[in-house]
Ligand binder design. Structure first.
Ligand SMILES: Nc1nc2c(ncn2[C@@H]2O[C@H](COP(=O)(O)OP(=O)(O)OP(=O)(O)O)[C@@H](O)[C@H]2O)c(=O)[nH]1
Length: 336
């Protein structure tokens, strides 16, 4: 018989409709007369997958379970059915499944010698049996191919869904690091960037940090309302973004506080970037209902020391910002 199976329920039974699987009366009588009787108790092992087979088996009564493993479903076969016949047709055939008694069974074991002698004496009947067996084998293989195709399709669907999930995860990850109002990186994004920075440092360049804070932003909110306040935040964000090169990281750290992490050659270049932002913000003009609104920023900056901690760079820039605020704002100061 064909030792193959189709996926589906745990004990799928394959039955090509055009071939009776059960032995005819004559075939059964022949194998009962030629085979050795063997009684099995439930769960008794007949052979194991991978063993070299020397005999085929005909089931007189009871049920045998064929366990194919590798994710294939098991198969149950019953009275008048046969299994393991490839061991007689093909020399040194390794069993492709475990065969176990699913309940109390009576088998007929047909050894190689007995089969050979039947071939001499009952050639016509054995030819019919072999034709049945080969047809069943071909049908089973076709079913196996179909089931593998289906499995492949299932795998493709799973793969698609995994890709989709991966895209969703990267989108979620990006959103977690993005400030909703301005689209700039948020504080979490900045820390993540700092973690990975070591890998991306360009030779001959220094890392600079600008801290940018809107002057008297509370008054803007109070005077023009929060919607205008949001508008001002977005406008300042655009100025910070504009001063950033592709390798820089513009951020909104929270409230009216922004940061720009830049790669520059020296403190002068860092100061230029700061002035570009301050001038850009100063030049902002708003339409009604916020016409007349003047926005300015205070900026503190410092060059980051390779060996120092992030908190030290931050503190240097923050000190510079504090000095500018103390002098009335709308200016920038860079500590070299
Ligand atoms: N419209 C708006 N306001 C916000 C947002 N986040 C924080 N704020 C407000 O920003 C204001 C920040 O005020 P402060 O920290 O006192 O700063 P400031 O008024 O700019 O004072 P100085 O920095 O000393 O010039 C607070 O009134 C917050 O309510 C936001 O997303 N939108």
């Amino acid at each position: 018989m064909a030792e193959s199976a189709t996926p589906g329920n745990a004990f799928a039974r394959t039955r090509p409709s055009f071939l009776p699987r059960q032995l005819s009366d004559a075939e059964l009588a022949l194998f009962v007369s030629a085979g050795q009787r063997r009684e099995l108790i439930p769960r008794e092992m007949i052979f194991r997958k991978g063993e070299l087979g020397r005999a085929m088996f005909v089931i007189e009564s009871g049920t045998i379970q064929l366990e194919f493993g590798d994710g294939m479903p098991d198969k149950l076969i019953g009275a008048r059915e046969f299994f393991g016949e490839l061991a007689l047709f093909i020399g040194n055939h390794a069993r492709v499944a475990n065969a176990v008694a699913a309940e109390t069974c009576v088998l007929r074991v047909i050894e190689h010698a007995a089969f050979e002698s039947l071939l001499q004496t009952e050639a016509a009947l054995l030819a019919q049996f072999m034709r049945r067996s080969f047809s069943y084998l071909v049908a089973s293989e076709q079913q196996l191919i179909q089931s593998l195709k289906r499995r492949n399709e299932d795998l493709m669907v799973t793969l698609d869904s995994l890709r989709h999930t991966q895209t969703q995860l990267s989108t979620a990850e990006r959103l977690v690091r993005t400030d909703e109002l301005t689209g700039l990186c948020n504080r979490r994004g900045l820390y993540h960037y700092l973690d990975e920075l070591g890998l991306r440092r360009a030779a001959g360049m220094r890392l600079g940090l600008l801290l940018i804070d809107i002057d008297r932003f509370k008054q803007i909110n109070d005077h023009y309302g929060h919607l205008t306040g949001d508008l001002a935040l977005r406008a300042v964000a655009a100025e910070v973004q504009q001063a950033a090169a592709a390798c820089d990281l513009p951020c909104r750290l929270g409230g009216d506080e922004f940061a720009l992490l830049v790669l520059v050659r020296d403190a002068n270049e860092l100061r230029d970037r700061a002035m570009q932002i301050a001038e850009g913000v100063r030049a902002l003009r708003f339409r009604a209902p916020a016409e007349g609104l003047q926005v300015s920023v205070s900026i503190g900056g410092s060059l980051c020391h390779e060996t120092a901690e992030w908190s030290a760079w931050y503190s240097d820039s923050d000190c510079a910002l504090y000095l500018v605020k103390g002098e009335g704002g709308d200016n920038c100061r860079v500590i070299a």
